[in-house]
Design a protein around this ligand. Structure first.
Ligand code: NDP
Length: 245
């Protein structure tokens, strides 16, 4: 049966959990062939077994430009093209600026910001050929900065800035670029916070509202990438109804 995204080829970074995992599954259900990247490859292998369509597992560390280049090359060698890239891999190591461990800042910048730039850099020649789509998973923190999220927000503001320039560079060549900005989504993201106050804030936020589920963001991505070629959805902000900021 021919489905909406058949025969498109998608690459999703950070697909071993949360939003990336749900997005990879949703794209597969919509008919795409999906390459899934991340460091926990055993989880990716389990995901590939669950997917309705073909899935290629990629051992990929987005903070390493060589690893990114290999992942993109492997995808194109295997499937002959690349139509959709979902730059999703990210870490959120929140906490106050005073007393922060700067190695956590480096990790956030290298993963969230440089990682998505490396992926765009490697994928762009292929996307120009296929008239493909770049999906950048940013955040409400890419629009509003708040206490405890200075560096995380800086990476997401950076993604939004990079993405708008990229959009202007490539849209007339037929490559569509979309920023997706989720509010609070129930995932493993906050489990990695080392600052006790930062963890407590995330926990109390989760308990105070009906949070989004990863599938809610996956649905937004599928919406953006299934538009007709002449329609470029450039920005999607999705908050839980119960989240005011
Ligand atoms: P998860 O922690 O569930 O998923 C994060 C994913 O990123 C994992 O699959 C992880 O895979 C991957 N990842 C982390 N570091 C690297 C790396 N160096 N190389 C490759 N992959 C990496 O969190 P979410 O699903 O919530 O987060 C996904 C994206 O959504 C992030 O960019 C996040 O900032 C954004 N977001 C999340 C929100 C939320 O409330 N949850 C709100 C707004 C935005 P592995 O460890 O296997 O490498």
């Amino acid at each position: 049966m021919r489905t909406t995204l058949d025969p498109k080829v998608a690459l999703v970074t950070g697909a071993s959990s949360g939003i990336g995992r749900a997005t990879a599954l949703a794209l597969s259900k919509a008919g795409a062939t999906v390459a899934v990247g991340g460091r926990r490859t055993e989880r990716l292998t389990a995901l590939a077994q669950e997917a309705p369509g073909e899935m290629l597992v990629l051992d990929m560390d987005v903070s390493d430009p060589e690893s990114v280049r290999k992942a993109v090359d492997t995808t194109v060698e295997r499937f002959g093209t690349l139509d959709i890239v979902v730059n999703n891999a990210g870490v959120m190591l929140t906490g106050p600026v005073l007393g922060a461990d700067p190695t956590e800042w480096t990790r956030m910048v290298e993963t969230n910001l440089l990682g998505s730039m490396y992926t765009v850099h490697s994928a762009l020649p292929h996307l120009l050929r296929s008239h493909g789509t770049v999906v950048q998973i940013s955040s409400t923190s890419g629009r509003v900065s708040s206490v405890g999220a200075a560096v995380y927000s800086a990476t997401k503001f950076g993604i939004n800035a990079f993405t708008e320039a990229l959009r202007q560079e490539v849209t007339e060549q037929g490559v569509r670029v979309v920023v997706v900005e989720p509010g609070f989504v129930s995932t493993e993201l906050a489990d990695h916070i080392t600052d006790p106050a930062g963890r407590a804030v995330a926990k109390s936020m989760a308990e105070s509202m009906r949070t989004l589920q990863p599938e809610d963001i996956a649905a937004a991505v599928v919406y953006a990438v299934t538009q007709p070629d002449h329609v470029a959805v450039n920005e999607i902000l999705v908050r839980p109804t119960d989240q005011s900021r």
